[in-house]
Ligand binder design. Structure first.
Ligand SMILES: [Zn+2]
Length: 222
């Protein structure tokens, strides 16, 4: 039941990815086999060492570029100048992997979708998931039973860091006192909560908001 209200999931995990790349030392043509376990890749021929954060971007070359795929198909890219991870994208879903195997996922709508995409990519890379996904910034959304009188709500509700500036933003912005999660209450009755670690926690926050809206009689008669 709670899963249906999740509409943006972010998480991090760890992958042990085996991969290889060519030594770039003059005269050395050795292929270096490595794995994202935090160790520094070393060329067995010339003994040159590589920064794992730079070596990882070679993974992007194993996958098509954005202009080589249809919408919704998997592609990969890396910024060879900044060397800050390798990106795998499919539709709105994005996976980023750093040189020591730390991975991130964002832009997915459900936990199932996150787990499927990470598993699929791990299979594709011949990688092992060594730390399961830990969700750190989930966004959830619900609808209250009617429209809300925001000006009254702003005066009556007791949340942390309450803000309501209708000419700038059409919602009350505040923080849940228990979890510190950020809550947005719109006049349409839409409630959005960000910074959630588990859907169950989001449900608890929403239920507190709903109870308050009912108790303070903040629904606008339609
Ligand atoms: Zn070498």
């Amino acid at each position: 039941m709670s899963e249906t209200n999740v509409y943006n999931v972010q998480g991090s995990y760890r992958l042990r990815i085996p991969f290889s790349f060519d030594c770039k030392t003059d005269g050395c043509t050795e292929t270096i086999q490595t794995v994202t376990d935090g160790r520094q890749p070393v060329c067995p021929q010339c003994a040159r060492t590589y920064d794992p954060e730079k070596a990882i971007i070679e993974l992007a070359d194993q996958f098509p570029d954005e202009d080589e795929v249809e919408d919704g198909e998997l592609y990969s890219w890396a910024d060879h100048d900044s060397c800050s991870g390798v990106w795998f994208e499919r539709g709105a879903a994005t996976i980023t992997i750093w040189g020591k195997g730390k991975g991130g996922i964002s832009g997915v709508k459900t936990i199932e979708e996150a787990e499927e995409f990470v598993q699929e990519l791990a299979d594709e890379l011949g990688a092992e998931i060594t730390e399961d996904i830990e969700y750190n910034n989930m966004t959830m959304k619900w609808n209250l039973d009617g429209k809300v009188a925001l000006r009254d709500a702003f005066m009556l509700l007791d949340y942390d860091e309450m803000q309501y500036e209708p000419e700038q933003f059409p919602a009350i912005s505040c923080k849940d006192k228990v979890t510190g999660s950020h809550i947005f209450i719109y006049s349409t009755g839409c409630v959005v909560v960000v910074d959630i670690v588990e859907p169950e926690v989001g449900e608890e926050i929403f239920n507190r908001v709903k109870k308050d809206v009912e108790e303070y009689e903040l629904y606008i008669e339609l």
